[in-house]
Design a protein around this ligand. Structure first.
Ligand SMILES: NC(=O)c1ccc[n+]([C@@H]2O[C@H](COP(=O)([O-])OP(=O)(O)OC[C@H]3O[C@@H](n4cnc5c(N)ncnc54)[C@H](OP(=O)(O)O)[C@@H]3O)[C@@H](O)[C@H]2O)c1
Length: 304
């Protein structure tokens, strides 16, 4: 036996296959990149093809449930993190039917698929399941959505809990960080406005606990296999949009005088906006989730 050539790969277990839905999205792209260290990653996109070397990509329309089920059965992933969504509250308010198809029905199908096969499943929900009147919100707080987006996420959460009690439902805060090649967060728009010398009106009466996108990706990957039920993945700092803007301008070397205070009531938008949906994320912190501070996250964003 000793003289026989050894198969160097024989002892290395094959990586399991993780399906990330919404790989072309802001979070999904960062998540695929982070997941590649430990998983063989499969990603879905709909309209935008994301450059993701090493990730197997699939074009999927999550409104076509009849096609989705057989496709999933054939793909047979070992786990799923579901980030595909109609994620803009204003669009959900304007097109509740599409919001329901994407945010509720597609989630139901994925939860059913994973639940019936006992596969790890993580669903990305939102801090917008709360009305913003009683922050900070923990996992024990009772949902009180005020928008179509929030209501549909609450409905999807309930379905996930019923169909797959071992799944994890991560309620995400406002996310920021470097853009993906196919998706941006609000930060890039803010920076463009200031670079153009234009004023930026930001709410002094809207509070969030923002988190750096790569930290949330790491939190999701950990949560997928290590916990179940509701989990808040908020950042460590509670601040207003206005204060966030001031810190962003300072970090990016842009003119802070262009940041002007505004109030939610000054701007009419299709979706009602909760005033303060700051998260209490002590449960996640206790599990080892360590999102960086806003200042550290902005510095990391400015470097990319
Ligand atoms: N970003 C935040 O601040 C934030 C905060 C709280 C919670 N969340 C939640 O986190 C998750 C990810 O958010 P995100 O900001 O990364 O979203 P995003 O950038 O808007 O990306 C949405 C993803 O969904 C895909 N998609 C849209 N319509 C589809 C369809 N008909 N069929 C299949 N795929 C479709 C998009 O594909 P194409 O681009 O290829 O069309 C894209 O990959 C969502 O569940 C969101 O609700 C986000």
């Amino acid at each position: 036996m000793e003289n026989q050539p050894r198969d160097a790969t024989a002892a290395v277990p094959a990586k399991r296959r993780l399906l990330v839905t919404g790989a072309s999205g802001f979070l999904g792209w960062h998540l695929c990149r982070a997941a590649q260290a430990t998983w063989r990653v499969e990603g879905t996109y709909h309209q935008n093809t994301p450059p993701l070397p090493g990730v197997t990509l699939h074009t999927v329309d999550f409104t076509d449930l009849d096609a989705l089920k057989p496709w999933l059965e054939e793909l047979a992933p070992d786990a799923i993190i579901h980030t595909a969504a109609l994620s803009q509250p204003n669009r959900c308010e304007q097109d509740p039917h599409l919001s329901y198809q994407l945010n509720v029905e597609a989630t139901r199908l994925l939860a059913q698929f994973c639940g019936s096969r006992h596969l790890p499943f993580a669903f990305t929900s939102t801090d917008q399941v709360f009305d913003g009147q009683a922050a900070p919100y923990s996992e024990d707080s009772v949902p009180s959505p005020i928008s179509v987006y929030g209501r549909h996420k609450v409905e999807a959460e309930a379905l996930v809990q019923a169909l797959h009690p071992a799944a994890v439902i991560c309620r995400l805060p406002l996310l920021y960080g470097p853009p993906s090649p196919t998706a941006e967060c609000f930060l890039q728009g803010f920076v463009r406005t200031l670079k153009a010398g234009q004023p930026l009106h930001l709410f002094t009466d809207e509070f969030r606990t923002p988190a750096y996108v790569e930290d949330v990706a790491a939190g999701l990957l950990f949560a997928l296999e290590n916990t179940a039920g509701l989990l808040h993945l908020g950042g460590p700092d509670r601040l207003s949009r206005y204060d966030f803007g001031l810190r962003m301008a300072a970090t990016f070397g842009l003119d802070q005088n262009l940041i002007l205070p505004g109030k939610q009531a000054d701007v009419a938008m299709p979706a009602p906006r909760p005033a303060d949906v700051s998260s209490n994320s002590q449960r996640a912190f206790g599990l080892g989730y360590r999102p960086r501070s806003v200042l550290a996250g902005l510095s990391a964003s400015a470097e990319r």
